[in-house]
Design a protein around this ligand. Structure first.
Ligand code: DQA
Length: 152
């Protein structure tokens, strides 16, 4: 079976998911994603090869995005954390690399009305879609959306 490489890319402060402010971001960790995908995707999970990368710095994330293009990665599920709202550099990178990307958030950024900046995404315009508010399940949904998109 042909395997599609999917990159799970996490930005700043997303190296400790499950421990960081669990009341906002949930208690499940990235290590739970494999099992969640196996349960929710069944046999389709066998057609994907997951790669994981997390960095706290903007440049390292951009380097990894460029590498994804060079490596022929088929899709990216990208939670850029706070850079979602502020980084023109990451948005510029997504605009040219031509790798389908889904913007991912653990929390529902639009429901966090006490912090209006979180409702703005600079990268969203260069993504095929956005999934937010489902905790770790947001990543599983993004992987499924990418696989559907790639298979179309
Ligand atoms: C986040 C939402 C961002 O606003 C925040 O800066 C994060 C996490 C999320 O997954 O809900 O670091 O991207």
């Amino acid at each position: 079976m042909e395997k599609h490489k999917i990159l799970i890319l996490n930005g700043p402060n997303l190296g400790h998911i499950g421990k960081r402010q669990p009341e906002i971001y949930g208690t499940e960790s990235m290590e739970d994603l494999g099992d969640i995908l196996a349960k929710s995707m069944g046999d389709r999970a066998e057609s994907i090869e997951l790669e994981y990368f997390q960095a706290n710095s903007e440049g390292a994330l951009i380097d990894r995005l460029e590498k994804a293009r060079e490596d022929g990665v088929a899709g990216i599920a990208f939670n850029a954390g706070a850079y979602t709202h502020t980084s023109l550099a990451i948005a510029d990178c997504l605009a040219w690399i031509e790798v389908p990307c889904v913007e991912v958030h653990l929390s529902n950024i639009w429901a966090r009305t006490d912090q209006p900046l979180r409702q703005q995404s600079l990268m969203g315009a260069s993504c095929i879609g956005v999934i937010a508010g489902f905790g770790i399940m947001s990543y599983a949904m993004a992987v499924q959306a990418l696989l559907d998109h790639i298979s179309r």
